[in-house]
Design a protein around this ligand. Sequence first.
Ligand SMILES: [Zn+2]
Length: 141
Amino acid sequence: MEEKHSQSFIEEIQKQVSAEQEALTIRLAEHAAEEAGETDEKLIDEVDIAVTTQTRALAAQMRNRDLIYGEKLRGAMQRIANGTYGICRFCEELIPEARLRARPTADAHVDCKQEEENAEKRANGNQRPSTSGRMTYGDEE
Ligand SMILES: [Zn+2]
């Protein structure tokens, strides 16, 4: 395989991923601080309780996403370290730089990934089409 991403491109991505990791660490710390700062004394009536419960659920959801994203960033860093970054995990061809710039955590071509998702759908049988927020968080999640 003669094709390879240039060293300068990999370095650029490495910087991008590590900046993302830092931002994520700060975000997670802020979440934790917010949660710690909440006291139950603030829950005066039922409306407050309902709103707070909803807010907490939403916050937990966002934190979950952040944690998953953190895993993806770590994975990207690992691939950079072992020299497999930017190679599609399905077809083992290079992933275009434009896609990696837009989504540094990508480890596959859009088409290859789509293939896999289609296969999963077939394996799951004929379930009714789900619109449960799948498209709202990009094609990686
Ligand atoms: Zn591929």
